[in-house]
Write a protein that binds this ligand. Structure first.
Ligand SMILES: O=C(O)c1ccccc1NCC(=O)[C@H](O)[C@H](O)COP(=O)(O)O
Length: 261
């Protein structure tokens, strides 16, 4: 069983529990349902954008504990002040130490910044959750979903005003895309071996149709690789561990972005 299989199995149990505790109607009563979501696509395409989507991530299956003391409001505010174009906040607790509390803190502290709810989405219910907790974008991992379910979840997200980032790791997974998808992310991390290789993004970039805004995800640790990714057409760069493993993630993010100028 791969780590993604394990995560998805656990997620199905969590979704069933969440549904028994909180109804869709209750989620829709959240004040966040009334706010207009921020566009990650627009932020990444804006003139002079760094393209950095800075992630709040405290542990992971590949690295274990990354940062035990991090506080979501403080770090996400520092990321935005550093010039990040968007934020990503893990909400999976079991494998990543994430929470809706962290998402809500990031939302409250950064009202104008697009925020990705980073989780493992398998059910339309989770899209209501994302909207109810202030997210602007959801992630759909192509490997976990059939083409039909990916379309169903995409349409639900669009109906609720959210943007959709589809994550791929191989050329075959690109066949699951549909025209409603906003952003395509290439995961540089092989989820079977945990190896990271930024060249995965470069290789797949040529196969991603033009209308999709391209994001390179995972294992980005040096500003030099951004130049190569930009040349390959990437507008977004999802970076977590490189910042979060330091004593001062906001400072690390600022130093990284300053080197892009
Ligand atoms: O990070 C992991 O170990 C991981 C394992 C299994 C599934 C997903 C995983 N990561 C989720 C992510 O998408 C990353 O947090 C994100 O791309 C940032 O990556 P990094 O900059 O390498 O922290």
């Amino acid at each position: 069983m791969t780590i993604l299989d394990q995560i998805n199995e656990n997620k199905r149990t969590e979704i069933a529990e969440a549904k028994s505790r909180v109804s869709v109607e209750e989620l829709m009563a959240s004040p966040y349902f009334k706010r207009k979501p921020n566009s990650l696509k627009a932020a990444l395409l804006a003139e002079g954008a760094s393209g950095v989507i800075a992630e709040f991530k405290t542990k992971s299956p590949s690295k274990g504990v990354i940062n035990e003391t991090a506080e979501a409001s403080e770090i996400t505010v520092a990321y935005v002040a550093a010039g990040a174009s968007g934020l990503s906040v893990l909400t999976d607790d079991h494998f990543f130490g994430g929470s809706f509390e962290n998402l809500a803190k990031a939302r409250f502290a950064n009202p104008e910044t697009p925020i990705l709810r980073k989780d493992f989405m398998l059910d339309p219910y989770q899209i209501y959750e994302a909207r109810a907790h202030g997210a602007d974008v959801i992630l759909l991992i192509a490997e976990s979903l059939t083409k039909e379910l990916l379309l169903e979840l995409t349409l639900k997200a669009k109906e609720l005003g959210l943007e959709v980032l589809v994550e791929v790791h191989s050329a075959e997974e690109l066949e699951k895309l549909n025209p409603q998808v906003d952003l395509v992310g290439v995961n540089n991390r092989n989820l079977k071996t945990f190896e990271v290789d930024v060249q995965t993004s470069v290789r797949l970039s040529k196969l991603i149709p033009d209308p999709f805004v391209k994001i390179s995800e995972s294992g980005i640790s040096d500003p030099e690789s951004i130049a190569q990714l930009r040349t390959a057409g990437f507008k977004g760069f999802l970076i977590g561990e490189t910042f979060m493993k330091t004593d001062d993630p906001g400072k690390a993010c600022k130093e990284f972005i300053d080197k892009l100028k």
